[in-house]
Design a protein. Structure first.
Length: 299
């Protein structure tokens, strides 16, 4: 391990903090766990472009008795994703031993530090709605059962995959759906957690999620931009950042195997503040992948 200073290094275990930070980051994202992800801890720099291959399509051919099969060579395409988002949060820990020994205190440090990173990633993914071609619902009118059915029909008409469909709702629209008279019996008998815990569960083929970061555009009336779709609608690309190897600095890139999120942690002793300085940063980019797989659900 890098020589942060012998006294500090004896108390501070960067691997524990990095793992906990990744878990906290994962816990504070919604849309980032639903979209297509491409991540790696390999070091990249801001502005690098990823060329993500997109497999081509196939057709079903008739097979005549005694004849050969028809070999297909699909035309693959690619999507360019620019790693143009570099976000960081830096904080100072004066009493390292106390923070390291107290798991609740350490979790509070890291949760508070990762929330802004999570909000930045989520905000950029939600902003993709502006490029979607399809929308349902009416601005100023809460999402209802009929709105969800309209979103389902739109995805069906677009031949979007049925697997993995989701809808991310704003606070007000989640409450509206839970209180929808059409769905009251369904929630009470088929989805009891909706009544007991306020967990919407699955409706009309969508897994419902709630997010406080659903965009709301000011106007008369204001327009809430809920998103319905499948993972193929968008792509989140994340990469590691360079590890300098400078004396007195401990750096590591880590990838969460569950969510694919990548985070770099930098730790050094700050002699001016007499404490350990911790920086958590992420490098990523977002891009729309398949327009047919997303619907703006207005409210």
């Amino acid at each position: 391990m890098a020589n942060i200073t012998p006294a500090v290094a004896a108390n501070f275990i960067p691997e524990i903090w990095a793992q906990t930070a990744l878990q906290a980051l994962r816990a504070n994202v919604v849309l980032a766990k639903l979209v297509t992800r491409d991540s790696d801890v390999a070091a990249f720099t801001v502005g690098d472009t990823l060329h993500i291959p997109v497999p081509g399509t196939f057709v079903a051919n008739d097979k005549a008795a005694g004849s050969n099969v028809t070999t297909q060579v699909p035309t693959d395409s690619s999507v360019d994703l620019v790693l143009n988002k570099h976000k960081e949060v830096t904080f100072l820990i004066e009493d390292v031993a106390k923070a390291q020994a107290n798991q609740d205190l350490m979790l509070r440090y890291l949760t508070n530090a990762t929330i802004p990173l999570a909000e930045a990633i989520e905000g950029d993914l939600f902003a993709l709605y502006a490029g979607f071609s399809h929308s349902v619902g009416t601005s100023g009118t809460d999402v209802a059962a009929s709105t969800i059915r309209s979103a389902r029909k739109q995805l069906n008409d677009s031949k979007a995959p049925k697997a993995g469909r989701f809808m991310v709702l704003s606070d007000k629209d989640e409450i509206a759906v839970l209180g929808d008279s059409t769905l009251a019996s369904y929630f009470a008998f088929s989805q009891p957690d909706a009544v007991r815990e306020g967990s919407s569960g699955r409706v009309y083929g969508f897994d419902l999620y709630q997010s406080q970061l659903v965009p709301v555009v000011a106007g008369t009336p204001a327009s809430t931009k809920n998103i319905a779709g499948t993972p193929e609608f968008g792509l989140l690309g994340m990469r590691g950042l360079p590890e300098t190897g400078n004396p007195g600095v401990e750096q590591m890139n880590m990838r969460d195997p569950e969510s694919g999120l990548v985070l770099r942690q930098t730790v050094s002793y700050n002699p001016n503040a007499l404490g350990v300085q911790v920086t958590l940063d992420v490098l990523y980019g977002v891009v729309e992948l398949r327009d047919a797989c997303a619907v703006v659900t207005l409210a």
